[in-house]
Write a protein that binds this ligand. Structure first.
Ligand code: UDX
Length: 449
């Protein structure tokens, strides 16, 4: 099938377009960003995603995708128009639909015959109804048939290519059987369940999933805080919880709180449009509050530890909002840096793929070329993301490189008993003082903070 992706150079649009190309469809990725379009036509990627380079090569080698700035070309040469433009958070927590509305108006002006218009972007419930009105109003009194479809995505950054090619399910919201047939044909080569529903329910699925995922993270971060206070070990707790099939073992890792461009934004949007529908959401408001508490607790701890540190060099490993991506949007690491910046403190940072961050932070930290350079003579090592190269660090080597053996491990990537036996002062997430009692033979009690 011939598919145009509007907003076709972003995380969602590009991966969706290339993934559909791999499934044999003829894809036109359209974007107003001429720099990114030129890069893609040069087979250069504007974003970092594992497996994306191979996907781009495969799709372009097969001549199944091309990139353009021209919306007229995209509309003329396609039967399905998938809109994957950004729907960022507005200042009041609502979703900014301006890019989507603009795209819909332009598409309506350019359409000359039937099109299936698919909304891939994450949008508040009821947006497909709005889209229907916008298209009708902008057809300039021409009668041109069209359908509006909701087709939310569930891509995780750092895993997005795999998530697109191997989805758990495909969700499609339609308001008539004809568009259902078209969408089933589009995804017929994906051997996964297709959930067919109405547009409002399909729009709501995305929020329900992300709200649940965010709740899981705030839940385990709260359990971790209690564990620290009652001298329990989050590792043992998690091991036991995960064996309960109703709870499961995925997506239950304590950390510095959830970051990234989606979870917080989607929760705020959900709370906002729910409030307009006269539904107050105390649970989801609490999930956001807990998330703020999580990073603030870590920041408070580090600042309190710094006052006791002789020198003033600290090291932050990991700047993106999680391992596997170079995206620093709403990154807990950047929230931490914003609070730590101080003329008396030399902050050295290292990230495998992030080589610069926004100002004024960028010029206030030193980017180290290697982990060793970042860690050498440091007084406090703070791990913010769980890259494999951080997990594989040899703690004994790290111990001898550091000036003051203090580790703040916000991802629990290091075995705390090994860190303690080497003589580190160690702070994890959810690791209570009492568990050192079991290992207190070598007097490590004082070193669990
Ligand atoms: C999320 C959803 O997973 C995805 O389905 C949706 O389409 C977009 O939003 P993403 O934000 O890319 O994806 O990454 P995700 O892997 O969900 O992580 C989000 C944040 O939660 C990160 O900061 C991550 O470090 C944190 N997290 C995740 C935890 O702290 N603990 C976990 O167990 C999992």
């Amino acid at each position: 099938m011939k598919v145009a992706i509007i907003g076709g150079t972003g995380y969602v649009g590009l991966i969706t377009g290339l993934g559909l190309a791999l499934h044999g469809h003829d894809i036109i990725c359209m974007d107003t960003d001429t720099r990114k379009i030129a890069a893609l036509n040069n087979r250069e990627l504007p974003i970092y995603e594992d497996g994306l380079a191979e996907l781009l090569k495969e799709a372009t080698d097969r001549n199944k995708v091309f990139f353009t700035n021209c919306l007229q070309t995209a509309v003329n040469k396609s039967e399905i128009i998938m809109i994957a433009v950004g729907t960022p958070e507005s200042t009041n927590g609502e979703t900014d639909l301006s890019h989507l509305i603009q795209a819909l108006k332009l598409v309506a002006n350019l359409m000359d015959s039937y099109r299936t218009i698919v909304i891939k972007s994450t949008v508040p419930v009821g947006t497909c109804d709005l889209a229907r009105t916008i298209i009708k109003d902008n057809l300039k009194n021409r009668f041109i048939p069209f359908d509006i479809v909701s087709n939310p995505e569930f891509l995780r950054e750092g895993n997005a290519v795999r998530d697109f090619l191997n989805p758990d399910r495909i969700v499609i919201g339609v308001d008539n059987p004809e568009s259902a047939v078209i969408m089933k044909e589009l995804y017929q080569t994906f051997k996964v369940p297709i959930v067919l529903t109405d547009t409002r329910s399909a729009e709501m699925v995305k929020y329900a999933c992300n709200a649940y995922l965010a709740t899981r993270i705030s839940f385990i971060n709260e359990i971790a805080e209690i564990s620290e206070k009652v001298n329990a070990d989050i590792h043992a707790i998690l091991e036991s919880m995960k064996l309960d099939k109703r709870i499961g073992g995925l997506y239950l890792n304590p950390g510095p709180g959830f970051g990234g461009p989606c979870l917080t934004k989607d929760l705020k949007s959900l709370i906002s449009f729910a409030s307009k529908a006269k539904a107050e959401l105390p649970l989801f408001k609490a999930v956001l509050e807990r998330n703020e508490v999580q990073i603030n607790n870590i920041i408070k701890f580090v600042i309190s530890e710094l006052k006791d540190i002789r020198g003033q060099k600290i090291t932050v490993l990991g700047l993106s909002f999680k391992a596997g991506t170079n995206d620093t949007r709403n990154s807990p690491a950047l929230h931490l840096l914003e609070k730590l910046i101080d003329p008396k403190i030399r902050i050295h940072v290292y990230d495998p793929v992030v080589k610069s961050i926004e100002e004024p932070l960028n010029s206030r930290v030193s980017f180290s070329k290697s982990i060793e350079e970042a860690v050498r003579n440091t007084d406090c090592l703070i791990v913010m993301t769980e890259w494999p190269e951080f997990k594989e660090l040899d703690l004994e080597t790290v111990y001898h490189l550091m000036r003051n053996p203090l580790i703040v491990d916000t991802r629990n990537i290091f075995p705390y008993n090994k860190a303690l036996s080497l003589g580190f002062r160690y702070k994890g997430i959810g690791i209570g003082i009492g568990i050192a009692c079991a290992d207190n033979s070598n007097g490590t009690l004082k070193n669990i903070i």
